[in-house]
Write a protein that binds this ligand. Structure first.
Ligand SMILES: Nc1ncnc2c1ncn2[C@@H]1O[C@H](COP(=O)(O)OP(=O)(O)OP(=O)(O)O)[C@@H](O)[C@H]1O
Ligand SMILES: [Mg+2]
Length: 306
């Protein structure tokens, strides 16, 4: 069951106003060249982060250090773009399990215009276990990729988190959003999301994003795309600790002590989009995005969220 459309819209409008005030401050701080609305669509997930667990005690309790934080590739990208001065809206779907309030509060905290639809069921969840310096993830999208309708907002930049192209309902939303964004003359960008599902859904991914202005992918994802006749105006390849390239021009990443690489790619994308929206040259935007993503991977978890 969808939430009452009127109520949903009025809550979104309240958040919109709050977001707008935050963005006026951002405007003063960051001195935009172009003031634009970046709309980001894709996964809004609750991240359950598990850092340490004592050995399991059969049928009883053991200690762990765990956190529940707002996440999902689309939400993460939105929060970084907002922090970097963009006027950002996020379009996504949450459940009737308290996820709506959780994300509205988070959106307010980070200055994001929250365009959330609520569907009966559970909010998407990502389990992230940090073990021996590596992060392993298990995702359960739940309602995150359900069909939702496209809002009446003007879009200057549409960014799609590629996970939305891995389900028929959210792919339909991407198709409608792309048509609307094109009619608004918006910039279009997509992130390739993840190697395995990209491989499985490659033809949909290529078909739906053909002619987009920007593709963001890491080197692993690029291996798949390089074998196709993909067409994007600009290609940004993220290379972990080695930095990134934009249209083949390489920028180094600062060397840092890694806390966790969780969300590095989303941080990169958010900053890159915000920089280009402000009028920065692509190589300069890539340099700033890489520097900020490296700072992010070296940031401890308390400082990531508060
Ligand atoms: N180990 C690292 N040391 C320094 N910087 C890093 C490291 N890992 C990632 N980064 C920074 O984060 C950026 C994006 O990371 P990465 O190349 O891993 O993208 P991604 O694969 O899309 O990430 P994600 O796993 O979040 O999807 C890099 O360009 C770099 O600036
Ligand atoms: Mg990535």
């Amino acid at each position: 069951m969808d939430s009452n459309a009127t109520t949903g819209f009025s809550v979104s409008m309240a958040s919109f106003t709050c977001g707008a005030i935050c963005n006026i401050f951002s405007y003063l701080l960051f001195k935009h060249y172009n003031y634009s609305m970046v709309l980001i669509y894709g996964d809004v997930l609750m991240d359950v982060l598990i850092f340490e667990e004592a050995p399991k005690v059969y049928a009883s309790d053991a200690q762990a250090r765990a956190l529940v934080v707002p996440g999902g590739s689309a939400f993460n990208t939105a929060r970084h773009a907002a922090r970097w001065g963009s006027n950002v809206g996020i379009l996504g779907c949450v459940g009737t399990d308290g996820g709506y309030g959780f994300f509205m509060e988070a959106g307010q905290r980070y200055g994001i215009n929250m365009l959330l639809t609520q569907k009966e069921g559970f909010t998407g969840t990502l389990l992230v276990r940090h073990e021996k310096g590596e992060r392993n993830m298990w995702s359960s999208p739940n309602v995150a990729r359900s069909y939702i309708s496209v809002p009446e907002v003007d879009i200057d930049w549409l960014h799609i988190s590629g996970y939305a192209l891995f389900h028929p309902e959210s792919s339909k939303v991407v198709q409608e959003l792309t048509a609307k964004a094109k009619s608004n003359g918006a910039v279009l960008s997509v992130d390739a999301a993840s190697y395995e599902p990209l491989k499985q859904h490659l033809s949909t991914f290529l078909q739906m994003t053909r002619g987009y202005d920007f593709l963001f992918a890491n080197e692993h994802e690029m291996e798949i795309l390089a074998k196709t006749d993909y067409y994007y105006k600009h290609v940004v390849v993220k290379q972990g600790s080695r930095g990134a390239t934009v249209d083949g021009v390489h920028v180094e990443a600062p060397q840092v002590e890694v806390v966790s690489t969780l969300g590095a790619g989303d941080c990169f994308n958010g900053v890159f989009i915000a920089e280009v929206s402000k009028g920065a040259a692509l190589v300069e935007a890539c340099r700033k995005a890489s520097a900020e993503a490296s700072r992010w991977v070296a940031t401890d978890f308390e400082r990531r969220y508060f």
